[in-house]
Design a protein around this ligand. Sequence first.
Ligand SMILES: [Zn+2]
Length: 288
Amino acid sequence: MKIRQFLKTPCAIALTVGALLTGSLTLAQTTAPTAATAASSKVELQWLGQAAFRITSPGGKLIVIDPWITGGPKAPANYKADLAAVGKIDLLLVTHAHVDHLGDAPALAILNKTKLYGPADMVTPLITLGLIPADLGHRFNKTGHIKPFPGIKVTAVAAEHSSLLVWNNPATKKNESHPAGEAMGYIVELENGFKIWHMGDTGLFGDMKFISEHYKPDLVLIPIGGNFTMDPEDAAFALNTWIKPKMVIPMHYNSNPLTQGTLAGFQAAMKDSAIKIIPMTEGQTLSF
Ligand SMILES: [Zn+2]
């Protein structure tokens, strides 16, 4: 079976990380995420819809990015029913304050007693408005990095987007809008050296080339929905002209009527590309 043909089918696959790094792929079926993946040497990645991902590192750390779950129309039902089902989160990352990214992050930070890492000027209002206690908010900013666990490094990188926090004030029962810094993306480097670039929400910007050349991501999670972000054609241009990763997973589509970019449109825009497209369905898990 031709690998590209296989990868274009929305089924569960597993790729060995060594193969990914050398370019030769080994594929196998995988199933639902397992809690007991400690020190498995694999990266397990589940798409929760929109820009939300649940990643288990090779060392067994559970990393959650942009968890829009209880309000997310495509988030797995078991997580929507009980946020504790997501698992004991070790590292919680948020790219910006829009509801489909901040989502359940404050609740998950409190539930797991784990820090919420995000743009400095988004975390500050979360604390000052009382959405999270001060000791659960970690402020950082673009090109800054954190090393929350041995072998894991997260670098904040630019995204061309905005960030406004809408908060329902319990005293007035009215929505309030609060400035919440600038949107970011993240380069997440795991214990085995595998690097994932979660681009967050972003339009096209020329420093995608700089980010790719400097941080060398293996896998890029790229928004394709349009309207708020790049659309399929923009994403294909960025990937083929500036980013040139080994693999790409499209995200931020299929959850909002205003984001009309589709997987099929993205595949069509990428039809002449050598970059491996790894399509996912919401709730699906891949092992790398
Ligand atoms: Zn946004």
